[in-house]
Design a binder for this molecule. Structure first.
Ligand code: EPS
Length: 407
């Protein structure tokens, strides 16, 4: 292999750090263009959205997530340098002994030795050589998504200032499902995907259909009584994405793959698709592809968007539609069969405080994690280091695209 290489890319990259019951979550977001106006409210509003949702557990009553920006923003605008953020865990005060960072606690800390089926507990403990499952629980926890939402919000604000919006809603929770292809969605998307997110936020389960909402709430209540949990399906949309982001020329430049990968990186997401890909697999091509129509007024038109806004791994210029399936949370009040890793005796799994259903929150997280992916595809296409420069390049690109289809 040739090398060494220096990475010379204008790319948004971020890492998160922090344990669920440690002092704080932190993130460093590198590659944000300069000149993007960011307010404290912008970030905290997204953090608050992530904390909502019918079916959350006791922890959300403890936390009121707020991001403190430590660098990368001056006078309310990004300056191109890394943005670092910290979100303090209010629950930390209850864990200073069990999660002590440096000191060895004088009292004995009970070790966790019974893995929860479906969780990271078993493989994580073996992989890292622990004699306690606690450190696995701490970092595999979906609490980490608070930091990802804060990081993703920066990219989201950058995109919004360029007319690219992201929104989501929940289409199923357990057995309660919205009617397929809710026609309201298309109408709302005409105003941008954030309108969809705002509408969904009015529902405690982030659903659009009232009947489905009522059944979902009832299903959560019922499953909670049984000490069980529920998963569901989220629908994510991105509007305003110009044609031609991403590429077919190399596997790692495919936009559909990058988006699905981002969704799959969210805790408990076990399936992701572009549009209704799994349904489309059973249909003839004539009912799957979106035909082209040229009109003297609108230029290029499509009557359908079954491809979910991606063709040849590039954006088609239509709304991007992603779907993701979340499994039911693997911490159950009613125990599942497990075993004790110290004694190797069969045991029932122990309960670790958790949510009954976190599907509404997962939609908000999904919005956040795909923002840097779209932002990077845009930066790859247009380049640029500050908002004005990028905005003028995008405006020109959009104008050129419109001109191409006008007879
Ligand atoms: C989680 C368990 C619960 C959830 C947590 C994710 O936390 P705790 O064990 O402190 O009750 O509330 O989610 C969050 C804290 C959050 O901010 O989303 C888990 O095990 O994944």
């Amino acid at each position: 292999m040739a090398g060494p290489f220096f990475l010379l890319t204008a790319m948004i990259r971020y890492f998160t750090a922090g344990e669920s019951h440690g002092p704080a979550l932190t993130t460093i977001v590198e590659g944000m263009p300069a000149g993007v106006t960011v307010t404290q409210h912008d970030i905290d509003a997204q953090l608050a959205r992530r904390q909502q949702g019918y079916g959350r557990g006791g922890r959300m009553k403890i936390e009121t997530d707020r991001a403190e920006v430590l660098s990368g923003i001056r006078f309310g605008k990004t300056i191109g340098s890394p943005v670092s953020l910290i979100i303090r865990n209010r629950d930390w005060k209850n864990w200073t002994t069990a999660m002590a960072v440096m000191e060895m606690p004088s009292e004995e800390i009970q070790k966790i030795s019974i893995p929860r089926p479906g969780h990271a507990d078993l493989a994580g403990r073996i992989k890292y050589g622990f004699d306690d499952i606690r450190p696995v629980i701490e970092r595999s926890s979906a609490r980490e998504t608070a930091a990802r939402v804060a990081a993703g919000t920066l990219a989201r604000i950058f995109l919004k200032s360029l007319g690219i919006e992201i929104g989501s809603y929940v289409s199923a929770i357990g057995p309660a499902a919205e009617p397929p292809l809710n026609p309201v969605v298309e109408e709302i998307l005409a105003d941008g995907a954030e309108s969809l997110a705002l509408l969904a936020d009015r529902s405690p389960v982030r659903m659009l259909d009232r009947k489905a909402e009522t059944s979902a709430i009832a299903a959560i209540d019922e499953i909670k009584k049984q000490g069980d949990t529920l998963g569901g399906i989220i629908e994510v949309f991105i509007t305003g994405v110009p044609m031609g982001l991403g590429s077919y020329v190399q596997h790692d430049r495919r936009l559909d793959a990058a988006l699905v990968s981002a969704l799959m990186s969210i805790q408990a997401i076990k399936g992701a698709e572009i549009g209704h890909a799994f349904d489309n697999a059973g249909k003839p091509g004539s009912l799957v592809h979106d035909e082209f129509y040229l009109s003297s007024t609108a230029g290029l038109e499509r009557k359908t968007n079954r491809a979910g806004g991606l063709e040849g791994s590039m954006s088609s210029g239509q709304a991007i539609h992603l779907r993701a399936a979340m499994k039911p949370i693997s911490s159950l009040v009613s125990p599942l069969h497990s075993f004790d890793m110290h004694t190797l005796q069969p045991m029932l799994s122990r309960f670790e405080r958790s949510d009954t259903c976190a599907v509404p929150a997962a939609g908000v997280v999904a919005e956040a994690v795909i923002a840097p992916v779209i932002a990077n595809a845009l930066l790859e296409k247009l380049g640029g280091d500050h908002l004005e420069e990028i905005a003028s390049r995008l405006e020109r690109y959009r104008r050129d695209l419109r001109g191409m289809f006008q007879a």
